[in-house]
Design a protein around this ligand. Structure first.
Ligand SMILES: [Zn+2]
Ligand SMILES: [Zn+2]
Length: 462
């Protein structure tokens, strides 16, 4: 159950902050569409709706929705987004404009019928037009339903844009269980990836003193464990299990709304995946589903965390020597590392580089606090084997090879992804103690043995 006391009213938290989830109504279950009147009431009782879908989400859900809207006397305008170059529509500027231009004087609210892309566009378009939005979910594929930010594609690159949270979320399991299996499995990946993100969120608070809220982390801990136990049933669309997954994904979305940023659900594993996405977008390649990618990258990240946690302070190699402290000297090296992505990552990379100017001092501090840091992270840190087993049981991808990511791209992203956002993660910690590059090479070698032959396997010699 979604705790009703969390919805639509600010609450004071043990962390000292006040959290607020603006969503007013959520129904998850078979027959959830019966709650359309309540959902519409939560969105201000619109008389005119703009329904946004694409051909796949429309055929999955529209008949069931429309048959319930007609008796309510609600006028509906529809915009069905056109297919993108790889099938599903893109969350891009032209689709955003298409929605905004379809808003008429008698449009009181926007109804999103879909999952990730449709919701991201509806969040931004409804905020721009000053109309409420509500959603009928079509797949449990990601944790973004309640979120207030949207991930859009602008000039070929993924950017985060402010949107608004939905007034209501309806997740009818008759529709969600019929979603394509890769999308259901992707939802499991996105959910599991929160476990490494929470470790990173706590790590940043320990190293940089940024805000962290234990109550927010606790909100998802139990639901994630329940979903892990149901992984095999999720992989065969079993309804109760898909319901558990959907509920946990919505709670996962809450953690981002409560924190006012994506950190609780987006750490190193998301940075690595974003790096692959950006490379794919530049090359015009089709990207694997977001949740499929972060499922794989959270296993990699959990392995890195385990490697660091097991390392004694005396065995830490030392501060990185290949990147000068001065920005002017470091910039050409970073530019070479990022190649054609440099123009877009430069600003964040610069902020991150300058955030840790004294690498020797930082290394000394981390050495002194090493045991304390890993003791604090211990209870949050997921076992990489349990992540892998859950994804395997659901039939989801577990390796970069499953995603058709080459060993080169694995190594490049593991080393470079930390530069794309000024957010402290385990990738920064590993860099600062001199372990990241060796681990990246070793991991890339393991991920595609046919490309990096066993003869040059660098295991154990970082
Ligand atoms: Zn809190
Ligand atoms: Zn995600």
């Amino acid at each position: 159950m979604i705790p009703a006391h969390l919805l639509d009213r600010p609450f004071a938290c043990e962390c000292g902050r006040t959290h607020h989830i603006p969503t007013r109504h959520i129904t998850i279950g078979r027959g959830a569409l019966e709650a359309l009147p309540e959902a519409l009431a939560a969105a201000g009782r619109p008389k005119g709706l703009l329904a946004v879908s694409d051909s796949a989400t429309r055929s999955a859900a529209w008949e069931a929705i429309a048959s319930r809207l007609v008796p309510l006397g609600i006028g509906v305008t529809e915009v069905v987004l056109p297919a993108g170059p790889h099938g599903p529509p893109l969350a891009d500027e032209s689709n955003r404009r298409r929605i905004q231009q379809a808003v008429r004087p008698d449009t009181d609210a926007i109804l999103a019928v879909g999952s990730g892309t449709i919701n991201d566009l509806a969040k931004v378009a409804s905020r721009t037009c000053g109309k409420p939005y509500l959603v009928c979910a079509t797949a449990p594929s990601m944790n973004g339903y309640p979120s207030t930010n949207a991930s859009l594609l602008e000039a070929g690159l993924k950017v985060t844009r402010p949107g608004q949270g939905p007034s209501a979320i309806l997740a009818d399991l008759a529709i969600l269980c019929a979603a394509p299996l890769p999308m259901i499995r992707a939802g499991l990946g996105d959910l599991l990836s929160q476990q490494t993100a929470l470790v990173d969120w706590r790590l940043a608070s320990l190293v940089q003193g940024t805000a962290y809220c234990a109550a927010t982390a606790r909100l998802v801990a139990g639901p994630i464990q329940r979903v892990i136990r149901e992984a095999e049933a999720i992989g065969r669309r079993q309804e109760t299990a898909v319901g558990e997954l959907t509920e946990a994904l919505i709670l996962s979305g809450f953690t981002m709304v409560m924190a006012g940023q994506s950190s609780p659900a987006s750490g190193a594993e998301h940075l690595i995946s974003h790096y692959w996405e950006m490379e794919a977008a530049l090359a015009g390649r089709e990207e694997p589903l977001h949740g499929a990618q972060v499922g794989v990258t959270c296993i990699l990240t959990a392995h890195l965390m385990a490697r660091l946690a097991d390392r004694a302070v005396r065995d830490l190699p030392g501060p990185p020597r290949n990147l000068p402290d001065a920005w002017e000297a470091a910039e050409p090296l970073l530019a070479a590392r990022h190649g054609s992505l440099w123009a877009v990552v430069r600003q964040e990379a610069r902020a991150k580089h300058l955030a840790a100017p004294d690498r020797v001092g930082r290394f000394a501090m981390l050495g002194e606090r090493w045991a304390e840091i890993w003791a604090a992270l211990g209870p949050l840190r997921p076992d990489p084997g349990s992540l892998q087993s859950a994804l395997e049981r659901a039939g989801a991808p577990t390796t970069p090879t499953d995603l058709e990511v080459t060993a080169d791209a694995v190594e490049r992203a593991l080393v470079a992804a930390r530069d794309i956002r000024n957010r402290y993660t385990v990738l920064d910690l590993a860099t600062e103690v001199g372990l990241l590059e060796g681990w990246a090479k070793e991991t890339a070698g393991r991920s595609a043995p046919e490309i990096a032959p066993g003869a040059s396997h660098p295991a154990g010699q970082e």
